[in-house]
Design a protein around this ligand. Structure first.
Ligand code: CO
Length: 242
């Protein structure tokens, strides 16, 4: 029999340290959970939700799965969204992808991966929908970055199209859905500028986000097929639109 003694010891040390710094920390936290944000992100161990936005436990409600996919038949994800929206009354839902996502990469590989291919099929569909757009980058890592971004935008729309979010908006609830992507190599979040706060804004925000993606493609084509880092390309796009 094996026990995770080391981790359990670390847990005790951690709890002691927190108690010394703030004796009321756990007591306050245990009394209520009132986060304003629901984070839907990738399971990737390098993308820890509250740390990235420098928030404490209790400030962020979190759902993670492989490649931050939102499907309307996934009871797990839908239940999290329902609880967050209807009970916790979060004001923001952010879909947070990340560059270099292994799940997104696997979705367009030819080889079979078993069961997970059924899950990744959702991303492959995003790839097929935007195949013209993505063709500029061939099979480079730049293309993967763009697919990671497109996946965030499409999954953000999926969040907006859940009955839960639609109902909340019909009831006049203050709720915005955001599309973000995180850079493993620099620790920075890139706002993909999809920010929908109502039914009428979904298509508008989708078109706006896509027009920025198209501008990015234009710039990449003008340079040498996107040899520049996504960050510098995005900086240019944002300076054009703002
Ligand atoms: Co990932």
């Amino acid at each position: 029999m094996k026990r995770l003694t080391e981790l359990l010891e670390k847990n005790r040390e951690w709890a002691d340290k927190i108690n010394q710094e703030d004796p009321l920390f756990f007591e306050t936290l245990a009394q209520q959970q009132a986060p304003e944000y629901l984070w839907i992100g990738c399971s990737d161990s390098r993308v820890p939700a509250n740390e990235i936005v420098d928030m404490l436990p209790g400030e962020l409600f979190v759902h993670r799965n492989v490649a931050n996919v939102v499907v309307h038949t996934d009871m797990n994800c839908l239940s999290v969204i329902q609880y967050a929206v209807e009970v916790l009354k979060v004001k923001h839902i952010m879909v947070v992808g990340h560059y270099g996502c292994g799940g997104v990469a696997a979705s367009i590989e030819q080889e079979a991966h078993g069961l997970i291919d059924n899950w990744l099929r959702n991303i492959r569909r995003v790839f097929q929908k935007h195949s013209d757009f993505l063709s500029v980058w061939d099979h480079s890592h730049q293309q993967l970055d763009r697919l990671c971004e497109l996946n965030v935008i499409e999954q953000s729309v999926n969040v907006c199209e859940t009955t839960i979010v639609q109902q909340a908006w019909e009831n006049g609830q203050d709720l915005t859905v955001h599309g973000w992507i995180y850079g493993l190599s620099d620790g920075l979040v890139n706002d993909l500028e999809f920010n929908a706060s109502g039914i009428a804004e979904v298509e508008e925000q989708y078109q706006l986000a896509m027009s920025k993606m198209n501008k990015l493609r234009e710039l990449a084509e003008a340079s040498d097929k996107g040899q520049q880092s996504p960050r510098s390309l995005w900086d240019k796009v944002k300076s054009i639109f703002n």
